[in-house]
Each structure stands twice: as C-alpha cells, then as structure tokens.
Design a protein around this ligand. Structure first.
Ligand code: FAD
Length: 316
C-alpha cells in the first residue's frame, strides 16, 4: 500500500523532522543510485523502531529494513512504503566468557561490521578476521551471510534476535537458522505474515581466545590483500554476482568474456576486479540494470553459466 496523506500526517506528527518523504535512496546506498523512498526513517532507539513497524504492519504499509545500503541496487522508480535504516540505534557490543574454550560476543544490528571485527581483534578473539573490510552493519551482514574465501558469517553465528511487527522479541537458535550462499532464512515457526518482515536486532557470535599478536598480523595480511584486489575510489556494492557453485568465479568468467571496462552510461565493469560494477559518475539504476543484463547474457552465451545477482535489487 502506498502512503496516503493521512498516513504521512501520522508519521510527521510522531517522528517530526526525523521522517523524510520522497528521500532519494542514492544518498543511502553505496552504489549511489536509486529513486525516492516514499518515507525514510532512521530510528534513534528501539522504541521508535518498534512503534513504527507495529503501526506500519497494522496499516498494511510495507517497510524495508536496511543497514548501510552496501548491497542494494534501488531502482530509479524508488521504494514504496517506508525505508527504515538501522544505522543510529542498536549500537552495543557485549562479551560473555564461559567455562568452555569460547567467548560469546553479541553485537546489535546497527554496529558496523568493522567495529565488531576491531572489538574481536582488541580482545584477542579469533573467528571474525574473514569479515575484515566488509562494509555495512552487523544486521546486513547476518541477513546476507556475508563472507569471503576465508569464512562466512554462518561459521561463527550462534543465535539471532528478531523483532516481530507485533512488538515481540524472539531469539532464534542456530538450529533454526538456514544459511545459504549470501542468504539467511529465519525459520521462526510463525505465520507467513511475520516471516515476511524479520527485523534483526542482534546476533551472537562464538569466538575463541587466541594469541592477539598473531591475530593482528593475520588481520593486516587480509586487509592488504583486499586493498590490492578491489577497486577503491569508485562507488560500488562489492561483488555484483554470486560465484557459481563450481569452477571459475563470476569475476573470472566476466573477465574471460572480455567485459572488463565495459560501460553503460555511468555504470562500468571495473578493470581491476571484473565482478565489481562501479559508478564512474552520474550513473542511474537503469545503467546498472542494463550492464547487469549485458554481462549476464554474455556469460550465458559464452559459457552456458547463468550468473545470479548477489546485490539485492529493490524498488517498485
Ligand atoms: C566495497 C565493498 C566490498 C564488499 N565486500 C564484500 C565481501 O567481501 N563479502 C560480502 O559478503 N559482501 C561484501 N560487500 C557487500 C555488503 O557490504 C555486505 O553484503 C554487507 O553485509 C551488507 O550490509 P549492509 O548493512 O550495508 O546491508 P544493506 O545493503 O543495507 O542490506 C542488505 C540486505 O539485508 C537486509 N537487512 C539489513 N539490515 C537488516 C536488519 N537489521 N534486519 C533485517 N534485514 C536487514 C536488507 O533488507 C537487505 O536485504 C561489499 C560491498 C562493498 C561496497
């Protein structure tokens, strides 16, 4: 349902200047493209988040929870309903030592993944170095099962806490978390209505005490490698396509297809890393979608491999 004037008034009355109407999503995504969100809100605390999703759910108004927008391609037509960015609230990290050889670190959804990695490094806790350099929030990282060749979130995630639209908070244990490549499905054993709108509010990670000096040396190596391999200086959303299950990576296939440097409008296949599509200036979402189609179809024709987008495409 789109926002009618009565709904807009309610939002303005309750959240004041904090609620923005027709807010360009290009300002809130790392690709720097995307049309307007009908309404955009950054809750300052969990109570504001709770009241907003409860109201939206009761009114049948759709909402999209985002973190830093580093894995999103928002269409030029924008997003219907409310975009809620968890970038200012849910910022705590806590650590519980237990008798076993493990330490449980709980990070709330709005914590930056890099802040969590630094916390682990500072406390000499192994398990999260793989995530060094992955931008975005913990909530986004959990939903995306973010990872690299060194590891994925699923290797360390123990539990997830979600907020339901009716205000209930539920912990979901490991056995009900269904991970796949860059995806997490929360098996909440609830009706479909609730399953469609999970809001992650925190995740607990199982880490292991280790030699902090060795851990930091490994961290530096990982970060150096990322800097060498990935294009910096241009807006992107990281890898655009998922790697196929076997054989060559998506980047290798795109490179072999001769597409490095290929551009449509302001969207370009990076010459440094063929699976990074970069905004070289004034790109639109339509440019990225056209480039994506061209790359997909070329790789399909040349290698009979059907690449699947890793970046989430959202919008009306
Ligand atoms: C330069 C660059 C390098 C990157 N490198 C990597 C990499 O090495 N590995 C990797 O896996 N990814 C990588 N990425 C992609 C991206 O950073 C990750 O997917 C990241 O985890 C997304 O976090 P985010 O907060 O930006 O999520 P967003 O992009 O805002 O959202 C991603 C998805 O999660 C959902 N979501 C976000 N927060 C919540 C929440 N609290 N509750 C429910 N749903 C939520 C959104 O609706 C959306 O579907 C890279 C991106 C860039 C720009």
């Amino acid at each position: 349902m789109v926002l009618d004037s009565e709904s807009k008034k309610w939002l303005a009355d309750h959240y004041g200047a904090g609620i923005k109407f027709d807010e360009p999503m290009s300002k809130h995504t790392s690709l720097q493209v995307g049309g307007p969100a009908e309404a955009y809100f950054v809750p300052g605390n969990i109570e504001a988040l709770k009241s907003l999703i409860n109201w939206a759910w009761q009114k049948g108004i759709s909402y999209l929870i985002i973190g830093d927008g580093t894995n999103l391609l928002v269409k030029d037509s924008g997003v219907k309903g409310i975009v809620i960015a968890l970038t200012k609230c849910l910022q705590a990290i806590t650590k519980i030592d237990n008798e076993k050889e493990e330490v449980v670190v709980t990070a709330m959804a709005g914590v930056r993944m890099q802040a969590l990695c630094r916390f682990a490094l500072e406390h000499g806790l192994a398990g999260l170095n793989f995530a060094l350099g992955i931008p975005g929030t913990v909530g986004g990282g959990i939903m995306m099962n973010a990872g690299t060749a060194e590891g994925w979130i699923e290797n360390v995630l123990k539990t997830v806490t979600v907020l339901l639209p009716n205000g209930q908070i539920q912990e979901i244990t490991r056995d009900r978390l269904k991970f796949s490549y860059r995806n997490l499905t929360l098996n909440m054993e609830l009706n479909q209505e609730f399953q469609a709108h999970p809001v992650i509010i925190d995740g607990s990670f199982c880490l292991h005490p280790t030699d902090p000096v060795k851990l930091k040396a490994e961290a530096q190596k990982i970060l150096r490698r990322r800097m060498q391999r990935q294009p910096i200086g241009y807006p992107s959303a990281g890898c655009f396509f998922k790697n196929p299950p076997n054989g060559k990576t998506a980047g290798q296939l795109i490179d072999l297809a001769g597409l490095k440097g290929k551009a449509i409008g302001g969207a370009e296949v990076s010459s440094k890393h063929a699976n990074f599509f970069v905004n070289i200036g004034q790109a639109t979402a339509a440019d990225f979608l056209a480039l994506m189609e061209l790359v997909h179809d070329t790789v399909l024709t040349r290698f009979n491999i059907d690449l699947e987008s890793e970046v989430k495409i959202v919008g009306a």
